[in-house]
Design a protein around this ligand. Structure first.
Ligand SMILES: *Cc1c(COP(=O)(O)O)cnc(C)c1O
Length: 385
């Protein structure tokens, strides 16, 4: 172990155009931001509905802090489970149409907790090849037999399921794939799972708020209930605009997680004021359907504009609209050129995406304007020439 070893590794990463740096955001999240002292038009946040800086959500956070203070102060099983947390759990259960919901401090922790609360080395977990890192980590940590099926391929899943004789079989998938923007083929995946007596866990971090008439995500989009998707995960840091996450499901599932999910048990509850703020954002998310309609219009404008420019998009109907580039250095060059024009888009490179799969991950929010999308298309035309 030496500092020289670390330095050598860091240098190699730079040479491969894989080095990551943090940029400093100097404003609230929104279509227009300040980063490292300069104003930009941004197309890279996951604040899909524009609620992260919504005045009513801010006011709710302030009121929550007045009522409950700042810190949760203890874990849920000691005395950190406040009325605010409980009320949000009940509201999320109703929203998802499940008997119960359980709050976690982050989506990462919800995924680790849910998989590890259910599975051990007697079991098997089946994951889409491009699932989010937190799901892959959750499966590996559980000690269950870990298998990856081809992306969104129910046949590939069926083959693997049929060969397994594990005690419990859990199929795990993103609802909306976070780097590609496509929607999981849940009807087909659930059919295969049911045939093999497996459960399905969907992490719909990017679907809630964006898909479904009421923002209920991909399960609402496909009309699937608890007998199809037994473990439903949502995160609150994306379309909800706040922070934290939840798992929704049956009474037995939630009680099992309360007893066994270590990332639920051994951590401080989220600040109760965040739960209060999320009650307000949940209400806006459900009621203000214009936000989803606006997103759909922006997505359509962007996709037809890119088609005219001959840019390669992915098969995505969601606010995640990656432009495929392939080479990491080229993706960095393009994002720097776009940035020089005053637009902020992040270049996503391996290992977040497969080798040769570098891309510009463009995301939209309901608070973007048509004129801002036009400006983006003009800049893309310029830098891709
Ligand atoms: C962002 C994300 C998470 C992690 O959620 P956090 O609350 O940010 O920890 C989990 N799963 C998916 C698919 C995500 O995109």
């Amino acid at each position: 172990m030496s500092f020289d070893q670390l330095d050598a590794e860091l240098s190699a990463r730079k040479e491969q155009s894989l080095y990551r740096v943090r940029r400093m955001l100097e404003s609230p999240q929104g279509p227009e931001v300040r980063v490292d002292g300069k104003p930009y038009l941004a197309f890279c946040s996951n604040d899909y509905l524009g609620l992260a800086n919504h005045p009513e959500v801010i006011r709710a956070l302030q009121q929550g802090a007045d009522e409950y203070g700042v810190g949760g102060g203890a874990s849920h099983l000691v005395n950190g489970h406040s009325m605010a947390h409980h009320a949000l759990e009940e509201a999320l259960a109703e929203f998802t149409g499940r008997p119960r919901a359980l709050l976690f401090s982050t989506g990462y922790m919800a995924n680790i907790g849910a998989v590890n609360g259910l599975l051990d080395k007697r079991d098997a977990v089946f994951q889409d090849r491009i699932n989010h890192a937190s799901l892959l980590d959750a499966g590996l940590l559980s000690g269950a037999r870990f298998q990856r099926y081809l992306h969104n391929d129910a046949e590939s899943l069926a083959q693997k399921l049929s060969r397994s004789e594990a005690r419990r079989k859990l199929v795990v998938t993103d609802g909306v794939f976070s780097m590609d923007g496509d929607i999981a083929d849940l009807p087909a995946l659930c059919t295969q799972a049911r045939a093999e007596n497996a459960w399905v866990m969907v992490d719909d971090a990017h679907g809630f708020g964006c898909l479904g008439e009421n923002g209920g995500g991909c399960v609402e989009h496909f009309g699937l209930g608890q007998n199809d998707v037994q473990v439903l995960v949502g995160t609150l840091g994306k379309a909800f605009g706040t922070a934290g996450a939840f798992v929704a499901g049956s009474e037995a599932l939630i009680e099992t997680l309360v007893q066994h999910a270590r990332t639920y048990i051994y951590t401080t509850s989220m600040p109760p004021a965040v739960a209060v703020a999320t009650m307000t954002s949940l209400k806006i998310l459900q009621e203000e359907t214009w936000r989803r309609e606006k997103l759909a219009a922006l997505i359509q404008q962007f996709r037809s504009g890119c088609e005219q420019l001959g840019l390669e998009l992915m098969d995505s109907p969601t606010p995640i609209q990656p432009i495929m580039v392939g080479d990491s250095a080229e993706a960095l060059r393009m994002s720097a050129a776009i940035e020089a024009e005053g637009i902020f888009i992040s270049a996503i490179r391996p290992p977040t995406v497969p080798q040769g799969g570098a891309r510009l991950r463009v995301t939209f929010t309901a608070t973007h304007t048509e004129a801002q999308v036009t400006r983006l298309l003009d800049v893309l035309e310029k830098v891709s020439r």
